[in-house]
Design a protein around this ligand. Structure first.
Ligand SMILES: Cc1cc2nc3c(=O)[nH]c(=O)nc-3n(C[C@H](O)[C@H](O)[C@H](O)COP(=O)(O)OP(=O)(O)OC[C@H]3O[C@@H](n4cnc5c(N)ncnc54)[C@H](O)[C@@H]3O)c2cc1C
Length: 432
């Protein structure tokens, strides 16, 4: 896969606290568990293992947080694509409710980790609003809010007027607010996880690309570009939307489109207080959704889908900047000074997949674009599983690596799907 847009231009890279040193692996070591990939999933696995007293090492090809974990929108939203009733229909009452508790806990886990480890992470916990852009979606958000409210979650239904007041814009017919959610500086959180994991005893090595995982008797030998190896009884592969052939056919199990974000310069107080004045984050019910927020420096960030390929110029973000001004006309004339993107990993059933290619070699993949909380929680679950061998620690079943049919054509599919959704999602104004 081509090297994606570097981390440097992201807003988060310019406003995050300095990274702790994570020197490359320069000599061969032996640990109980080796983790490949230094995103939220890998780092949270390492932290949890270290806290359990288990020797763990993370090998990251670039710097921890280089992937989606250092570039995302920083919206910490619990849940997944499926509502509790859909999870129950899929997994039965007990299984569905257990999964609902797991996916419902993901935002809590992020904010708990930030607090418990006193991480230097700017955050606001003011909730997430989901805006309904059609009448059919009004019914969907009402049902969704009701299902979570029935489970004791702090939710709020917003009619058109309440949405106008909360969002500061006219776009939506209605919406709901999930009080568990909030926002973070995402790269600061990745770096906070690094520091916490190191403090607990984990080794984190940046600039250390894993090139092979070979079973030798009872242990795995994890090979790196530089030469030194890690010997480990267990391996967790958490390479997100950037799998690079380590696990045969893994990259064929996902589609990894680029998500794009454009951010403005810091807004004047006069403008800032007109945009999401309560400090919530927001996304909408479109298939190709927009997600937006203000950050701790009062910049406005607009995120959404862009071209599948790597960006060529600032023009690849122009649709997001236009959308921002359509939603908030007061942004006309405000400069967008940061543009970046990263890859999300989508599975066919829109669920995270856990694979165990062979006993002791565990793979986590599939974030569906909502991985800040989810992959933090997945890391904790994977750590508990490799520490105990008890599959009950895993929220999702272990499934075989099954390539998507005609995966080689996926870029064409994605382009066709994006075009189709752009047509069917409609424009930015809510349709009555
Ligand atoms: C632009 C964007 C916006 C998003 N917005 C949100 C949001 O607002 N809210 C939300 O919840 N989610 C959001 N997401 C999704 C979220 O960021 C991801 O789900 C999450 O960060 C995935 O974490 P991860 O650890 O699985 O993968 P990543 O963070 O992608 O980490 C994988 C790491 O593996 C490393 N790697 C790959 N191969 C190797 C190898 N051979 N050797 C060593 N290392 C290797 C990579 O370098 C990379 O650092 C967004 C994603 C993007 C891209």
């Amino acid at each position: 896969m081509a090297v994606p847009f570097p981390l440097a231009p992201s807003l988060w890279a310019t406003t995050a606290p300095a990274a702790a040193p994570t020197p490359p692996l320069d000599q061969s070591i032996a640990v109980e568990t080796c983790i490949v990939g230094g995103g939220y999933a890998g780092l949270s696995t390492a932290l949890r293992l270290a806290e359990r007293g288990i020797a763990a090492a993370v090998l990251e090809a670039r710097e921890p947080g280089w992937g989606a974990s250092g570039r995302n929108g920083g919206q910490v939203i619990p849940g997944i694509k499926y509502d509790p009733s859909e999870l129950i229909a899929k997994y039965g009452t007990a299984g569905g409710e257990a999964l609902t508790r797991f996916v419902g806990s993901t935002a809590d886990r992020v904010f708990d980790l930030i607090a418990r480890h006193q991480m230097d992470v700017p955050f606001v916990r003011a909730g997430w609003i989901q805006g309904a852009h059609t009448q059919a979606m009004v019914e969907t958000v009402k049902r969704r809010a009701g299902e979570w409210a029935a489970r004791g979650v702090s939710t709020r239904l917003l009619d058109r007027d309440a949405m106008r007041e909360a969002v500061g814009a006219e776009q939506y017919l209605a919406g709901w607010q999930d009080g568990r959610a909030g926002s973070i500086q995402p790269l600061a959180y990745a770096r906070g996880l690094v520091r916490a994991a190191q403090k607990a005893g984990a080794q984190i090595h940046g600039d250390t690309r894993v090139t092979g995982i070979v079973k030798r008797g009872e242990v795995f030998e994890i090979q790196t570009t530089q030469g030194p190896t890690v010997t480990a009884r267990r391996v967790v592969v958490a390479t997100g939307g950037y799998p690079d052939g380590l696990i045969p056919r893994l990259n064929q199990t996902i589609i990894a489109p680029n998500s794009f974000i454009a951010a403005t310069e810091p807004l004047s107080d006069t403008i800032a207080k007109t945009i999401l004045p309560g400090g919530q984050v927001i996304s909408d019910t479109r298939q190709l959704l927009f997600y937006y927020r203000r950050d701790h420096t009062n910049r406005f960030l607009m995120g959404g889908r862009g071209p599948f390929r790597e960006p060529k110029s600032a023009d690849d973000w122009a649709h997001l900047e236009r959308a921002a001004v359509r939603i908030y006309p007061q942004l006309a004339g405000v400069k967008f000074d940061h543009r970046w993107c990263g890859r999300v990993s989508l599975t066919r059933d829109f669920l995270p997949h856990i694979h165990e290619s062979e006993p002791g070699l565990v793979v986590d993949i599939g974030c569906m674009g909502r991985g800040v909380g989810l992959q933090t929680a997945m890391g904790e679950a994977l750590a508990d599983y490799v520490a105990t061998g008890d599959k009950a620690a895993l929220p999702f079943p272990v499934v075989p690596v099954t390539p998507l049919p005609l995966h080689a054509l996926h870029k064409l599919y994605v382009s066709a799907i994006i075009t189709w959704y752009r047509m069917t999602d409609g424009g930015l104004k809510a349709s009555a």
